[in-house]
Design a protein around this ligand. Structure first.
Ligand SMILES: [Zn+2]
Length: 72
């Protein structure tokens, strides 16, 4: 459960983030053109104040990146 950072109301989660006018979602990748797809953005919106945040659900690849960054 996500709570709004502004007003602590329970947020509505798992909403899709899409480009307006298109059916395409947004994805997260490493920098560079042909890098690995790291996951899809999801969105949570606070029903009280409208504050919204974007998050990634599949974190295994991102966790790997974080480990690699620590080694550097
Ligand atoms: Zn709120």
């Amino acid at each position: 459960m996500r709570k709004c950072l502004r007003c602590a109301t329970e947020m509505v989660e798992d909403l899709d983030v899409k480009v307006e006018g298109g059916v395409y979602g947004l994805k997260v990748t490493q920098q560079g053109i042909f890098k690995d797809n790291l996951g899809k953005f999801k969105c949570a919106v606070c029903p009280e104040c409208g504050y919204s945040e974007i998050y990634v659900t599949e974190l295994s690849k991102v966790k790997k990146l974080a480990l690699n960054n620590k080694k550097k």
